[in-house]
Design a protein around this ligand. Structure first.
Ligand SMILES: [Zn+2]
Length: 189
């Protein structure tokens, strides 16, 4: 079976967004090249929702909400743990003008933008939100990933010093009958 090239989920038609008001998509974690080296496994998807802000059509303001669960190496037990990410941010969609005017046009727009607002350039009526989403995910990753619940680490074989001691004591109390015979000088025949 010949597989069709996958539609690029991160390319959004500005016309479609203006008509629908909301666009929901998913993109593959494996397609985020700057993010994947930081993950322990590159499986799963990033769900996102782009919404044109009501009453903000003039300023072309949109919000992008992202939701995903990424797999990172737990720094306690060194197995994979899920890091849930749920964030939203605003972006201003800038229609591409001639290159001479584009810069001053963007500058003018930026003066009136809310703080922390990203900028997406439209090219041929399409916007690429891949980089914005990836930037947001990179900012969301914890410096040190850990299983939320230490029980999960224990289940993966992780032992705290106190626990390791407890396990040793437990092993001692379950005395091997043959070693008891040996200690009494009686060898098995
Ligand atoms: Zn862990």
């Amino acid at each position: 079976m010949v597989s069709k090239p996958r539609q690029q989920a991160w390319i959004i038609s500005w016309r479609e967004l203006r008509a629908e008001g909301v666009i929901r998509r998913s993109l593959l974690v494996a397609d985020l090249e700057r993010l994947t080296p930081l993950l322990s496994e590159t499986i799963g998807e990033v769900d996102f929702k782009a919404t044109l802000l009501t009453g903000e059509a003039k300023r072309n303001l949109i919000t992008i909400e992202i939701k995903t669960a990424l797999l990172m190496e737990c720094q306690r037990c060194l197995t994979s743990c899920y890091v849930n990410v749920e964030r939203s941010f605003q972006a201003c969609v800038v229609e591409h003008e001639s290159t001479e005017n584009a810069e001053s046009h963007v500058e003018r727009l930026l003066e009136h933008l809310p703080e922390d607002c990203e900028v997406v350039l439209l090219e041929d009526g399409l916007m690429n939100v891949n980089h914005l989403i990836e930037d947001e995910l990179l900012l969301s990753l914890p410096l040190v990933a850990r299983h939320e619940n230490q029980q999960d680490c224990l289940a993966q074989g992780y032992r705290t010093t106190a626990l390791a001691e407890a396990v040793k004591v437990d092993e001692k109390t379950h005395v091997n009958p043959f070693s008891m015979l040996k200690s009494r000088g009686i060898e098995e025949k």
